[in-house]
Ligand binder design. Structure first.
Ligand code: NDP
Ligand code: MG
Ligand code: MG
Length: 338
């Protein structure tokens, strides 16, 4: 069984004499920087000149410098700018990394696919909270934490794992529990999950269901409710108590229908398609495509995004969420700012 690390397994003193530069102050950056600082770690935020995040970081009481200045003063550099800009930011700060410094990530893409190739004398670690940044911050302030992953890609100092655990403790993850993985496993499972199941799989399933009903003459409003809106209720039940909690909560009719017809929709062909998606993740085909896309001003990405925005289900859903009170109630549950 997988070992789970908690607060007692992590020694925060490993970071006591290290300055941590947090590059980027977005979703993860603002949470890591503030949680680490509140945990007593010496933190400096690195932001480019004219950065729109600078005011926010300063208002939160943090010292802000350029990425180069921050990296030069730091012993641990946490790279929390978007994955697509990390290679360029790394190039700018590379010379500031000394032997024994630690380069820290929250996702393995650029290391695993060779877009960043750090000197062997530098530790390369990952602490990846399994949660959006605003929850990383919000749970920390409540004295709780979100689960996380740690990984070590390069251990130059012999204590890279201890440093990752200490960092995970500083951001609050060891309060909930942390498991160890590798950069390869984290990257490949993360990409596969978001493509085949979570972001890609779920949205295609919803759109195909919606279109099937609308094409058969049913009203778009009904199709939206049945194929999109109710998804959250089902997923919440599975999140809380697993598949059986969900099956036990729906009607026997829904259970029998789902257990028999679900496999007709997501069938052996779909499984083979998933294996093909996984292959493209494993052999780097997806990574190469996405890197090229970014180097050429994202032509396909822009087109696909526009088509998604123009889909009828967005129109119908937008109108219904305005009309019904639940849309407003849900917005209020998510704090605009932490
Ligand atoms: P964001 O998109 O939220 O990062 C935005 C920050 O990066 C801003 O402070 C922005 O500042 C800065 N930035 C953007 N472009 C540049 C640039 N060219 N040079 C310098 N700074 C720049 O990133 P995330 O927090 O989403 O992701 C950070 C890392 O965390 C990624 O590796 C991601 O995979 C990982 N991760 C993200 C999760 C999430 O929930 N979002 C979950 C787990 C891991 P400016 O104002 O200057 O634009
Ligand atoms: Mg991802
Ligand atoms: Mg129903």
């Amino acid at each position: 069984t997988t070992e789970i690390y908690y607060d007692d397994d992590a020694d925060e003193s490993v970071l006591a004499d290290r300055t941590v530069a947090v590059l980027g102050y977005g979703s993860q950056g603002h949470a890591h920087a503030q949680n680490l600082a509140d945990s007593g770690v010496d933190v400096i935020v690195g932001l480019r000149k004219g950065s729109s995040s600078r005011k926010e970081a300063e208002a939160d009481g943090l010292e802000v410098a350029t990425p180069v200045e921050a990296a030069s003063r730091a012993d641990t550099v946490s790279v929390l700018v978007p994955d697509t800009v990390q290679p360029a930011v790394y190039e700018a700060i590379e010379d500031e990394l000394e032997a024994g410094d630690t380069l820290q990530f929250a996702h393995g893409f650029n290391i695993h696919y060779g877009q960043i190739e750090p000197d062997p004398e530098v530790n390369v670690t990952m602490v990846a909270p399994k949660s959006p940044g605003h929850l990383v911050r919000r749970t920390y302030k409540r004295g709780e934490g979100v689960p996380g992953l740690i990984a070590v890609y390069q251990d130059a100092t012999g204590d890279a794992k201890e440093q990752a655990l200490a960092y995970a403790k500083g951001v609050g993850c060891t309060r909930a529990g942390v498991i160890e993985t590798s950069f390869q496993e984290e990257t490949e499972t993360d990409l596969f999950g978001e493509q085949a199941v979570l972001c890609g799989g779920v949205t295609e399933l919803m759109k195909q269901g919606y279109e099937t009903l609308v094409d058969a003459g049913y009203s778009p409003e009904m199709a939206y409710f049945e194929c999109m809106n109710e998804m959250k209720l089902i997923v919440d039940l599975i999140y809380e108590g697993g598949l059986m909690e969900m099956w036990n909560s729906v009607s026997d009719t829904a259970e029998y229908g789902g257990l028999t017809r679900g496999k007709e929709v997501v069938d052996d062909d779909a499984r083979e398609n998933m294996e093909e998606v996984l292959r493209q993740v494993q052999d780097g085909e997806f990574a190469r495509e996405w890197i090229t896309e970014n180097q050429t001003n994202r032509p396909s990405y822009k087109q696909l995004r526009q088509a998604e925005e123009d889909h009828d289900i967005e129109d119908v859903g937008g109108r219904l969420r305005e009309l019904f009170a639940w849309g407003e109630q849900q917005k209020e549950e998510v704090p605009a700012d932490d």
